[in-house]
Design a protein around this ligand. Structure first.
Ligand SMILES: Nc1ncnc2c1ncn2[C@@H]1O[C@H](COP(=O)(O)OP(=O)(O)OP(=O)(O)O)[C@@H](O)[C@H]1O
Length: 624
């Protein structure tokens, strides 16, 4: 009996030992696999591709897609990249408006490259250096804007099978290609010159490979290369008699005299015409012709007509002034001001009005919201008009009648944050540096924090915070930002349709129909921060890593990239090179992600956000 128990125990011990041995080998193999995978990731290839990504613009979002390692499990999820044996072997990005200059040495470490294909794009500058790419078989750069000469070292690419350079602006002579591997060659539609080299290889290609070049000659083209004709002898001036010379001089003088007299006469006529027109214009002005008078358009004319076609501003109704300093014009002056449309928003049209008094103001005509009750409108405008802060656009005065509601703002002259961040991207744009971006973020935070304190009883004090509602003023001390379109929510709350036009409608709580609070503004602020840091337009992120689960793809995208530990991939190209700023940029990204937390209660208060930004700014200053 006891020997049976002993043998059972022994067999149990053997089983357990066996189990642990198997477990040990299994873990070892997993570790080895991971090790192999990590070792087989080639960071220098990634670096080369990132240099390329960061130098070019395109219709596809390379910056959002080329993140993480290019080759995982021997496959690539990067647009246009193919991997083999954990190496990048193909770069194929054709027909996607890829524009810019190829960086000089981006291919240097992609040593296993077999194919590079940038056909049908808008690439400028010289062709890239391909030295050392011994496995390169296909080079396709046709239909671009490449210029300069075909690099001589291309003749050293001994594996090259296909070279397509047609439809560019290449000049100079064709290098003596003679590698036996080359089976397809095309340099047509360029500005190449000189004789086609008489190598046995080039003589094999058809005429169409060389057609339509500026000055190319020799076989297989029909044009033979003529020998340079000797330079003509220097031009000899035939002797002329002094009589003839005098006659010619006299003729020149007569012509000059006629021209001068005609010019004086013409000038005289122009002056008379100008004086006449001026008199006419004065007369017209005095008559105050209706057609030139109400430059704001038909609505202004109608207002005057309804007021009894009178010049009396009393009948038009009064402008109510929040800032008495500006009380130097009345409604009639305003309607007679010269005006131009600044933009059209969801709630009406905004004009720039230049008054005869010399004042220039912005006039917002709230025309797409009808149900603004007079008493509520006036109360709210009086309240908003009292707000004075350097980062909030000041309300100068307002006007309410049954069919016209006007808000007159101070004019902030240098465009919006949206324009500053996104307009004119590409060649020729002056990059918006990191310190300027930080200053803008701080200005917005200051303005919003003030608003939260001043309108503390309001559900959402701003409610329409987005980059088109941040106006920019530039002076010799830099950029200053001011928030506009704040405080309208109480006037719109009766209509869901109107609320949906506000920036707060993008917040998770609005989408889910939950309670809106000050934290809803904080969410909008977080999105603006991300827009400033990434240079991306909210709602415009492409790529398969972002599914449409929330209304704001920008914060989703940033979260995905940051969680995957490739944080600097989110930074706008214009600030990426500023390595010293990376820590601050990523710290601010963290704050922005806190602000855009799906749960409103988890978001910080604006006063806390402002304090954090100021502390960060202080640290940066101390480190300088
Ligand atoms: N006070 C101002 N000073 C200078 N420009 C202004 C001023 N207010 C508005 N603008 C300009 O007028 C444009 C239109 O403004 P508006 O507020 O009518 O629409 P929006 O801000 O583009 O859209 P939304 O109605 O969604 O806020 C703005 O983009 C801005 O360029």
């Amino acid at each position: 009996m006891s020997s049976e128990i002993l043998s059972n125990i022994m067999s149990l011990i053997i089983d357990i030992t066996f189990f642990y041995i198997i477990l040990f080998f299994l873990s070892l193999s997993i570790v080895l696999c991971i090790e192999i995978e990590i070792n087989d990731f080639h960071p220098q290839e990634r670096d080369g591709l990132l240099v390329l990504r960061d130098s070019l613009n395109s219709s596809i979002n390379l910056h959002g897609n080329w993140t993480g390692p290019p080759c995982i499990n021997n496959l690539s999820r990067w647009f246009g990249i193919t991997c083999s044996n954990w190496h990048v072997v193909h770069i194929t990005i054709q027909g996607v408006n890829l524009s810019g200059y190829l960086p000089s040495s981006f291919l240097q470490n992609i040593t296993f490259l077999r194919q590079i294909d940038f056909r049908n794009n808008e690439l400028f500058g010289t062709l890239p250096n391909l030295t050392g790419l011994v496995f390169l078989e296909e080079v396709k750069f046709s239909v671009n804007h490449f210029s300069g000469e075909i690099p001589l070292e291309y003749v050293e690419l001994h594996s090259l099978k296909v070279l397509e350079l047609q439809e560019n602006y290449l000049d100079g002579e064709i290098p003596p290609f003679d590698q036996p591997s080359l089976i397809s060659f095309n340099v047509s539609y360029n500005h190449l010159v000189g004789k086609i080299p008489e190598t046995s290889l080039l003589q094999r290609f058809p005429k169409s490979s060389f057609d339509d070049n500026s000055d190319l000659c020799g076989f297989p083209l029909d044009k033979s290369c003529s020998v340079e004709p000797p330079a003509p002898p220097p031009f000899a001036i035939p002797p002329s008699s002094s009589m003839e010379e005098n006659k010619k001089r006299l003729q020149v003088w007569i012509i000059a005299l006629i021209v001068i007299v005609a010019a004086v006469l013409f000038l005289f006529l122009v002056i008379i015409a100008f004086l006449f027109c001026k008199r006419q214009a004065k007369g017209n002005e005095r008559r105050r012709d209706d057609s030139t008078r109400y430059v704001f358009g038909a609505w202004a004319k109608k207002m005057v007509y309804n007021a009894g076609n009178s010049e009396d501003s009393e009948k038009l109704g009064q402008l109510e002034f929040c800032n008495k300093k500006f009380q130097v014009f009345d409604m009639d002056d305003l309607l007679r001001a010269s005006a131009e449309v600044l933009g059209r928003g969801d709630f009406g049209v905004t004009y720039k009005a230049t008054l005869e008094t010399g004042n220039i103001v912005a006039v917002k005509r709230l025309s797409y919201i009808n149900e603004l009750h007079k008493r509520e409108f006036i109360q709210q405008m009086q309240l908003l008009g009292e707000i004075k802060h350097e980062n909030l656009v000041e309300i100068i005065s307002f006007y309410h009648s049954e069919d016209q509601k006007l808000v007159i703002y101070e004019l902030v002259s240098d465009g919006t944050l949206f324009e500053l961040l996104h307009e004119g991207r590409g060649i020729g744009r002056i990059p918006l540096d990191w310190s300027t971006r930080l200053a803008i973020i701080k200005d917005i935070a200051k303005g919003l924090d003030f608003l939260h304190q001043y309108l503390s009883s309001h559900k959402v004090p701003h409610a329409n915070l987005k980059s088109t509602n941040v106006l920019i003023h530039q002076d010799n001390q830099g950029y200053h930002s001011k928030l506009i379109d704040y405080g309208f929510l109480p006037l719109l709350s009766s209509s869901k349709e109107n609320e949906e036009k506000l920036a707060i409608s993008k917040s998770p709580e609005f989408v889910k129909g939950k309670k809106l609070t000050h934290k809803t503004d904080v969410y909008c602020f977080g999105i603006i921060m991300l827009e400033i840091i990434t240079g991306k337009i909210p709602g415009h992120i492409l790529g398969d890593e972002v599914e449409e689960i929330t209304t704001n793809d920008l914060s989703d995208w940033v979260r995905t990239v940051v969680n995957n530990d490739w944080s600097t991939d989110i930074l706008d190209l214009e600030i990426l090179a500023d390595r010293e700023g990376h820590d601050a940029m990523l710290n601010l990204t963290e704050i922005a992600l806190e602000c855009t937390d799906m749960i409103p209660e988890n978001r910080p208060k604006m006063s806390v956000v402002l304090r954090k930004i100021e502390e960060m700014e202080q640290i940066i200053k101390e480190n300088e």
